[in-house]
Structure formats: structure tokens, C-alpha cells
Ligand binder design. Sequence first.
Ligand SMILES: *[C@@H]1O[C@H](CO)[C@@H](O)[C@H](O)[C@H]1NC(C)=O
Ligand SMILES: *[C@@H]1O[C@H](CO)[C@@H](O)[C@H](O)[C@H]1NC(C)=O
Ligand SMILES: *[C@@H]1O[C@H](CO)[C@@H](O)[C@H](O)[C@H]1NC(C)=O
Ligand SMILES: *[C@@H]1O[C@H](CO)[C@@H](O)[C@H](O)[C@H]1NC(C)=O
Ligand SMILES: *[C@@H]1O[C@H](CO)[C@@H](O)[C@H](O)[C@H]1NC(C)=O
Ligand SMILES: *[C@@H]1O[C@H](CO)[C@@H](O)[C@H](O)[C@H]1NC(C)=O
Ligand SMILES: *[C@@H]1O[C@H](CO)[C@@H](O)[C@H](O)[C@H]1NC(C)=O
Ligand SMILES: *[C@@H]1O[C@H](CO)[C@@H](O)[C@H](O)[C@H]1NC(C)=O
Ligand SMILES: *[C@@H]1O[C@H](CO)[C@@H](O)[C@H](O)[C@H]1NC(C)=O
Ligand SMILES: *[C@@H]1O[C@H](CO)[C@@H](O)[C@H](O)[C@H]1NC(C)=O
Ligand SMILES: *[C@@H]1O[C@H](CO)[C@@H](O)[C@H](O)[C@H]1NC(C)=O
Ligand SMILES: *[C@@H]1O[C@H](CO)[C@@H](O)[C@H](O)[C@H]1NC(C)=O
Length: 627
Amino acid sequence: MQFPKLSQLQSRFAVSLGGTILLLLIYLSLSKPSFAYAAELEVRTQSGYDYPILLDDLWTNEEYSEPGEGDEQDVGIWIKRAPEGVSSLPNNAPQNMNIESGVTQNWMFAKEDIEGPHGVKGVGLPSDVTVTGNMSDDGVRMELKRQSSTSIWITVNTCLQPALEDTNAIPQQLQLYYSTSPDIDKPGTGTGGIQVEFEGGYGIIELEVDNDVYVGISAPNTSDFSGLWNYEIAASNDAPYHYWSNETDLLFVDGDNHAALLVTPDLDNASSNVFQDWMSLSPAPYGMFAHDQKNLSIKGVSRSYCGLLHNAKLTANIPEISNNNVGTMTSRGIGGAPKEQFYISALNASSSYYGWLAMSGNSTAHGAGVIGGGGRVWSNVTFRTKASDNCALMYNLTFCSEVAYAVPSNPERYSPLDGLPDLAAVYDSYASQMYQYFNYSLQQIPCNTTASAQYSLARNCDHCASAYKQWLCAVTIPRCEDWDNNEDYLQPRNVAANFTNGTIPAWVLNPSSQDQILLNSVQSNSSRNAQIIDSVIEPGPYKEVLPCIDLCYDLVQSCPAALGFGCPQGKYQNQSYQVRDPDSGVLRCSYLGAAYYLNDGHEAKDSMMGNRMGWMSLLITVLVLVF
Ligand SMILES: *[C@@H]1O[C@H](CO)[C@@H](O)[C@H](O)[C@H]1NC(C)=O
Ligand SMILES: *[C@@H]1O[C@H](CO)[C@@H](O)[C@H](O)[C@H]1NC(C)=O
Ligand SMILES: *[C@@H]1O[C@H](CO)[C@@H](O)[C@H](O)[C@H]1NC(C)=O
Ligand SMILES: *[C@@H]1O[C@H](CO)[C@@H](O)[C@H](O)[C@H]1NC(C)=O
Ligand SMILES: *[C@@H]1O[C@H](CO)[C@@H](O)[C@H](O)[C@H]1NC(C)=O
Ligand SMILES: *[C@@H]1O[C@H](CO)[C@@H](O)[C@H](O)[C@H]1NC(C)=O
Ligand SMILES: *[C@@H]1O[C@H](CO)[C@@H](O)[C@H](O)[C@H]1NC(C)=O
Ligand SMILES: *[C@@H]1O[C@H](CO)[C@@H](O)[C@H](O)[C@H]1NC(C)=O
Ligand SMILES: *[C@@H]1O[C@H](CO)[C@@H](O)[C@H](O)[C@H]1NC(C)=O
Ligand SMILES: *[C@@H]1O[C@H](CO)[C@@H](O)[C@H](O)[C@H]1NC(C)=O
Ligand SMILES: *[C@@H]1O[C@H](CO)[C@@H](O)[C@H](O)[C@H]1NC(C)=O
Ligand SMILES: *[C@@H]1O[C@H](CO)[C@@H](O)[C@H](O)[C@H]1NC(C)=O
């Protein structure tokens, strides 16, 4: 090595005291200093969580080593390397800066750092994640490259942007330039260099290089907005320090009027030998951000982990921020694969939100010295909360463990704050009681006999038991929708009841002829399981997303004929079940493990199987069989 002392400096990722002072001097000469301003840049991201961004943060960061003997000499060499007014970017060590309108700041990833030691790769996640963005191979570029060249990534995250008081207006994006020619050692607006895309507060430069790389960040000229931009820039010869994926990789499961449940896609499969490794990850690897869609200013930083960290109103499982929202591993849903779920509360009713899947650093560590330590963000999904307070989002049940959706509730009896476990227990114990009856009758069937004595070669009693449980949970625990949601696939229920606040509905006091039909029909003036829902819970009027008819077909096909199951047909079917519509992206019917845009769509045909009273008679059939 030509510069042994330099590499010693590098190996500690150190911004030494000397370097600090120098950087400060460079910065002071580069732009009008705005420390007072910076000190006021306090952002409140979450109640009780104040996050001041100060330039000083960088220099008091404990992760940087204390200056030691001989550093002055190191700095002597270092000074000669970077042109005046250009700051050095060490490997995997983010630099945070404020920048004022109209100013350009220059950085350099020096040859010695580019060719310097790589960061230490961690153990990674249990398996190469199938979540898109090909996360496992960020560090490996398969392109043919020149022998002497090195792959490098320089990434920028906008953390704060100027604002226009109480408006949704957002300023233009920062501009990012680079140059590999010493002739243009200060690229920027007006001074040349190659401009790269900078969107949503994120820019990435990916290069194969064998020499110094010069970078410029220019803040656009604007007089309308007040405040500064603040950004984080980092260079790496390992992988992008900051990462953004154009995929969404987050699915909205369901919500009520104040909470929402979202899940990642499957992270592996149920039979994987690292299934347990996934399930035991604690804390879970991903987090998420969410933000009110009415506030458009988030668009300016929506691809930036740092930007979302400091601007998004809602977070779950983001280690830098503590709150009551959770991210936990679960294997609920079709296929039983491991995935992560997020429960976000403190949302407003009838509101639309953006949600972003995210990862803090590499999921177990973040910040300087960590490969990918700047965090990851995926593209947004949108979701909406319900209006009424008589649908309550429920998940994490003991018996009906696959249930994760809003159910009819009564906020006066089951407080949204602490009454949900009681509500869950009402539904769950009822379902498990019904299952017991079924189990008794199943035991009368010759299940565990030789193949020739079995009722079917393709299905056995375990299939029957599993199909019954799926069906039972879906029909005993109805999926609830807002009363004023007028989608045609929804079934009005319990229409004759008073609202939970005691008010008598207008259509009961003064019914139109249309209302009269609803009020007189058993299907709409009561609930499924009226004995618990209408008498114990008393949710008032609500609408139901009917169970998918294929749950019933599956039950009939999986169970011995002796059990006498049948599915309703015609009008009765339409009032008890719905058919899946896999292409619409709309969840027209309820099945366990359902998530929006995840209808796996084995669409059921309208079949003529059936008996008159639908699901009720199925239960009766079972009861008759038992008693
Ligand atoms: C994250 O980085 C740290 C430090 O480099 C490393 O020890 C850890 O194993 C990494 N985590 C993962 C999941 O790769
Ligand atoms: C991920 O990248 C590796 C190496 O570049 C490639 O072989 C693999 O097919 C990619 N996987 C996906 C899902 O794109
Ligand atoms: C939008 O959100 C940002 C960041 O949370 C906040 O500073 C700003 O005041 C909000 N704008 C409006 C119009 O509410
Ligand atoms: C801002 O305006 C000044 C003067 O008109 C110009 O020199 C400078 O290049 C502009 N900067 C940007 C980032 O557009
Ligand atoms: C994301 O980018 C890749 C590569 O540019 C492209 O093939 C893919 O279609 C994009 N995905 C989305 C959802 O835009
Ligand atoms: C499950 O994943 C493992 C690797 O993690 C793979 O070997 C196996 O074939 C997969 N099984 C199925 C059913 O997809
Ligand atoms: C959300 O994603 C859509 C589609 O990718 C994009 O057009 C929109 O700008 C994004 N919104 C935000 C706030 O990032
Ligand atoms: C709820 O609405 C209020 C008033 O519009 C707003 O100040 C608050 O930020 C919103 N909260 C969320 C989580 O959207
Ligand atoms: C799920 O329920 C169990 C007990 O039934 C509880 O220990 C756990 O904390 C719950 N998890 C969540 C995410 O609510
Ligand atoms: C069949 O036998 C197996 C093993 O003896 C047992 O686990 C299973 O519960 C039995 N199935 C039924 C329906 O009795
Ligand atoms: C609705 O409330 C009124 C009084 O507020 C009561 O008389 C009536 O019985 C209630 N109706 C039902 C269906 O409970
Ligand atoms: C009672 O609840 C209903 C439905 O949520 C609502 O329309 C009505 O305004 C409420 N009445 C009172 C007095 O709060």
C-alpha cells in the first residue's frame, strides 16, 4: 500500500478530530453556516419522540473512534487527497449535512477507499428472501467488469426538506451529479458532471471504477419555501448503503376505524428447514412506515428511509422509534409460510394512508460501519380505515388462529382499548365448542382404517377436519364492513337493531318499502349465530363480507357423505356465500388468510349442490348427527 497511514485511518472508519475541524472549516467556507437554523430543525415524528438533526450528531457519534496519537499526520496526508471544498466519503460511513437553496456541496470517494478493505458481511436473513428487490445479491454484481475496477455505490437520502407553511406544496428535489474525471472535481448544477435521477428523496450512483469519484449535491434555487434540506450521503464498495425498491411487498389484510393489519408476502415456505429460524426472529426483521394520504409533503421523501423516519407520522417495528405498534412473525394464511405482520393503531377513521415496508439497516444493525446500514424502503401501498366503530379488527385467536379481519363488535361492551381479548374469546370459544360437536361425529366415521375401508382414497378424516375448521371459523366469525358501504357483494345484517349508542336507525322509525324488505328478511334482520352476535355482542346494523362458497364445496368434498354436508343453492347461496373474483383485486368474499390483492383465485363454479337453509342447516346436520 502506498499510504499505510491512510489505510490505518480507513480501517477505523474514523473521522478524526483533525478531520472534523477541517470538515467544519470546509463547510464554513462553502456556505453560509446555519447552525442556529439546524439546531431548530426539530422534527416530531411520533408522540414523545423528538429527533433533532444536527450536524453535530455526526461528530459526536459514539461509533466513531476517539482521535489518537499520530492522527495529525494522517490528516496531513488526507488533506492532500481531496481538492479544496471537497469532503471525503469513507466506506460505509454516512455523512449528514444541511444544505441551503442554491448551494452545491461536493464529496469524493477516493481511490484508496474504493480499493480499501470491504465491510464485514453479516449472517443475513435465514433464507434468500423471495420478497422482490433481490435483496440477497445487492453486493454481488454479475456483470463482466474490468480486472482492476471495483463496484461502488454512492447513495443519498433526503432527511428533511423545506416546507411551505401548512400547505401540501413540496420543493423540488435535490440534484445529484458525479464525475470520474479530475477535470470536473466539483460536479453540480452549472459546473458539469453527469446528473443522475433523484426522486422521492433518493438517488443512487452505481459504478465500476478504478479511480476517484467526485459527487455533487445541488439544492435547487427556491425562494418560496422556508427551511433547509438535510441529507445523508454514503459511499460503499460493498452494497448500496441506502436502498429503495420499486416493488411494494406489503399487503393490506384488514382494518377497523382506528387500526390496520398488514403483512409481507411469504418469506419462505412452510416446509423449509429454516422455518423455525424465521419464526423465532425477534425482533422481527422488517418495519413499516405509514402516513396520511392527505398530507402530500411525504412524497418528497417517500423513497428515503431517513426521510420517512423523520417525516412519516406512523411507524411499526422501527427500532429508532418506540410505540405501541407491533411487527411480529406469523405463519397464518394460505400455505402456512412464514411472514411478518404489522399492527398499526392510532389511525383516524375513514382515512386513506400510504404504507411502506422498510428495514432499519440490515435488520439487526444500522448506522456507520454496517453494510446497507442506511436502511431499506419499498414502494408504497395504500389502505383505508373504516368509518364505523362496530367493526373491530381481530387477529391472534387461539382456536380460529387463521382469523385476521374486522368482526362485528360493540365498542360500548368491548372497548377498542382493552376489550378486544374478551371479544375474541366470545367468538373463539363458540367456534371451538361447535368444533367439539363435529369431532364427536367424525369419530363415528371409520377414518383410521385400511385404505379399502376409507370413504375416499383422495381424502381422509384429517382433510375433513381441516376443511371443517376452515369453514367453521369463516362462518361463525363473520367479516364485518361499514354499514354505509354500498358494494353489491355485501350482505346487510342485524338491520332492525338499534345502533350501539342506543339510537334507533332512521330506517326503523320511518321505513321505505325497500327498508321494509330488509327489516322483514331473516337474512338481513339477524346475524349468523344470532344467539351470540345479536344477543351477546349486539353490534347493531352492519354489513358482512360473506364467506367464499368454495369453503363450503371443499367441506362437502373432503368429508364423508355420512356427515350429510351440503351447500345451499340459488337465492339461499347468494345470501350466505359469495363467489371469489380473483381478477378484480377486490375481496368479494371472506376466506381465512385473505389479504387484499392476494385472492389466490381458485374460483368456484355455481354448483347445484345444496340444501335449503345454508350454513345453519349444516350446523343443525352436525348437531342432529351428534344427538
Ligand atoms: C448486520 O450487520 C452487523 C454488523 O456488520 C452484523 O454483525 C450482522 O450480522 C448483520 N445482520 C444481518 C442480518 O446480516
Ligand atoms: C437475484 O440475483 C442473482 C444474481 O444476480 C440471480 O441469479 C437471481 O436470479 C436473482 N433472483 C431474482 C429473484 O431476481
Ligand atoms: C405534513 O406532514 C409533515 C411531516 O409530518 C408536517 O411537517 C406538515 O406540517 C404536514 N402538512 C400538513 C399540511 O399537515
Ligand atoms: C441558483 O441561481 C444562481 C444564480 O442565478 C446560479 O448561479 C446557480 O447555479 C443556481 N443553482 C441551482 C442549483 O440551480
Ligand atoms: C421495477 O424495476 C424493474 C427493473 O427496472 C422492472 O423490471 C420492474 O417492472 C419494476 N417493477 C415495478 C412494480 O415497477
Ligand atoms: C421450500 O423451500 C426450500 C428452501 O428453503 C426448498 O428446498 C423447498 O423445495 C421448498 N418447498 C416447496 C414445497 O416449495
Ligand atoms: C405511491 O406509489 C405510486 C405508484 O408507484 C406513486 O405514483 C406515488 O407517487 C407514490 N406515492 C407516494 C406518496 O410515494
Ligand atoms: C388524525 O386527524 C387529525 C386531524 O385532522 C390530524 O391532526 C392527525 O394527524 C391525524 N392522525 C393520523 C394518524 O392520521
Ligand atoms: C397473541 O396472543 C398471545 C397469547 O394468546 C400473546 O402472548 C401475544 O402477545 C399476542 N400477540 C400479539 C401480537 O398480540
Ligand atoms: C387417525 O390416527 C392418527 C394417528 O393414530 C391420529 O393422530 C388422528 O387424530 C386420527 N384421526 C382421526 C380423525 O381420528
Ligand atoms: C331501541 O331503543 C329503544 C329505546 O331507545 C327501545 O325501545 C327499543 O326496544 C330498542 N330496539 C331494539 C331492537 O332493541
Ligand atoms: C349513534 O351512532 C350512529 C351510527 O354510528 C350515528 O349515525 C348517530 O349519529 C349516533 N348518535 C348519537 C347520538 O351519537
